[in-house]
Ligand binder design. Sequence first.
Ligand code: GSH
Length: 233
Amino acid sequence: MAHAIKENRMTKLRLYSAKACPFAHRTRLVLQEKAIDFELTEVDLQNKPRAFVDASLYGKVPAIEHEGHRIWESAIINEYLEEVFPEPRLLPREPGRRALARIWIDYANTRLVPAFTQLLRAETRDQEAAGRKALGDVLAFIEREALARSSGQGPYWLGAEVSLVDVSFYPWFERLPAVGRLRDFSIPAELTRLRAWIEAVQARPAVRAIQNPVEFYVERFAKFVKPAATTAA
Ligand SMILES: N[C@@H](CCC(=O)N[C@@H](CS)C(=O)NCC(=O)O)C(=O)O
């Protein structure tokens, strides 16, 4: 069901974002899922505007301004949006399940993102192999410990309902085919639940509305990804 645009707040929320940034993508997805009206400032990260530097203490996207608050860090922004715009709900009601959701969001930040970056930024063949192994291990862990356990309860990370967990992981999976092309990596065929999860998330109108094609990411990554040299540096 489409949700009415919520404009009853005094000032429109402002989002500082960058199209290629997976962290900003997380917040775009929450705004989309909750149909929150907002003004978008697309930030050139090589030439950051003053208003953005004032809004984000770390100088990183995403950052938001809302009702006199300046908030940065994607996971924190998303929880703020969940509290201020509670419908539709993106965190479970029950405290134990909410804790589990936060554990997985932390896993995305502390395990998936570093493994993904390790592979993307590899400079030697050895580093590339280590990156492939690290990312493969993370994906196998997700299949085994998250998706296999909620399987049968629904297509999403926590089961029947889409949540901040799906939103926190998905941006890296939208970019994975591009990394695959540049780094010869693909999701192993036996990770069937992971593949089904990606399909389920990608079928959501909120996700499709702001999806970028694989070529967009290949072009962006190719600017800084160096082909791995044959021998270790
Ligand atoms: N932990 C941050 C990471 C945000 C982040 O790394 N953003 C990058 C773009 S993807 C950025 O703004 N980099 C600019 C810079 O570091 O100068 C979050 O979750 O929001």
